[in-house]
Design a protein around this ligand. Structure first.
Ligand SMILES: N[C@@H](CCC(=O)N[C@@H](CS)C(=O)NCC(=O)O)C(=O)O
Length: 294
């Protein structure tokens, strides 16, 4: 029996993004069926998931026994204790304590950023100045991210050594800062860049863009800037499947019916979603790169 993770639109639902990141980075994807729902706005969440009572928030993790967990930190703790070999928290006790501290602070704080500056992986905006309450939270983020890296002596791009639950929990914050062009000090800015170039986050974004669903409440009328992480290559859809490199979809293994042009070649996929998620960021998908580089 698998876990079932019910999430909201990958481009906008912050806790859903964090849940996917922690599961992907722990290598637990093969144990999880992900079901995505597309509420039009926050008040539309509960009516869409009556079967997930008592949680009825997104994300909800349904355990193999049927128990529903509707709180991100509970999901994180439960998965970490059920899969101790995956090191979802750092192994070093000091680094683990800092990671727990930071993850829980994200979960309980940063109300100004969270209430008025929604996550939106579709766009970056420019020319914005953070209001005072938001600036105070940006300063706090800068302080605790820098503190975590210094105190744990992290030698990786992540907060407390290897990627941990703390990093998954801050992934949506990194994208939120990118969306609104809020910059922190150099150490924190490097941490934001690490998230943006993380293949797991790039896959999540590409899949969200491919689906195309928009949450209007999270869109703003500000002047737009390009997303700061630009993939090395982007594909284009084509109708011409007469000469494809592959005859079977890199993801499902089914015969190809939808086609993408990348460089001098045409690649096939079993459906438009497989094609489009690849198109937005080909390099982020190991299954596709296996064919591309062969
Ligand atoms: N305590 C939950 C909060 C998750 C949450 O607030 N999700 C929002 C969407 S990002 C939601 O489902 N809102 C709908 C509602 O509260 O009715 C967690 O830790 O995961």
């Amino acid at each position: 029996m698998k876990y079932q993770l019910t999430i909201g639109n990958r481009l906008y639902f912050s806790w859903s993004i964090a849940a996917v990141m922690m599961i992907e980075h722990a290598g637990l994807m093969e144990l999880v069926d992900i079901i995505t729902v597309y509420p039009d706005h926050e008040a539309d969440v509960r009516p869409r998931i009556p079967h997930l009572a008592p949680a009825r928030t997104l994300p909800t993790l349904t355990l193999p026994c049927g128990t529903q967990l509707g709180d991100s930190m509970a999901m994180a703790e439960e998965l970490a204790s059920r899969h101790p070999d995956r090191n979802m928290w750092p192994q070093d006790p000091k680094a683990r304590a800092i990671a727990r501290y930071l993850a829980n602070e994200m979960h309980s704080s940063f109300g100004a950023l969270r209430s008025s500056w929604p996550v939106n992986l579709r766009h970056s905006y420019k020319g914005l100045t953070a209001p005072e309450d938001v600036q105070a939270e940006l300063d706090r983020l800068d302080l605790i991210w820098t503190h975590a890296r210094q105190t744990t002596g992290s030698q990786t791009p992540w907060l407390c050594g290897e990627y941990s639950i703390a990093d998954a929990i801050y992934a949506p914050m990194a994208t939120r800062l990118t969306t609104y062009g809020f910059e922190l000090g150099p150490t924190s800015q490097a941490y934001v860049s690490a998230h943006l170039s993380d293949p797991a986050l790039r896959r999540l974004r590409a899949a969200g863009l491919a689906k195309g669903a928009v949450v209007q409440d999270c869109e703003r009328d500000f002047e737009r800037a390009p997303w700061s992480f630009v993939p090395a290559q982007i594909g284009t859809a084509t109708q011409d499947g007469s000469q494809t490199v592959n005859t079977h979809c890199p993801y499902s293994g089914r015969p190809v019916e939808h086609f993408m042009r990348l460089g001098d070649h045409t690649y096939g996929f079993c459906n438009a979603m497989c094609r489009d998620k690849t198109m937005y960021d080909p390099e982020a998908w190991p299954e596709f790169m296996g064919i591309y580089q062969s």
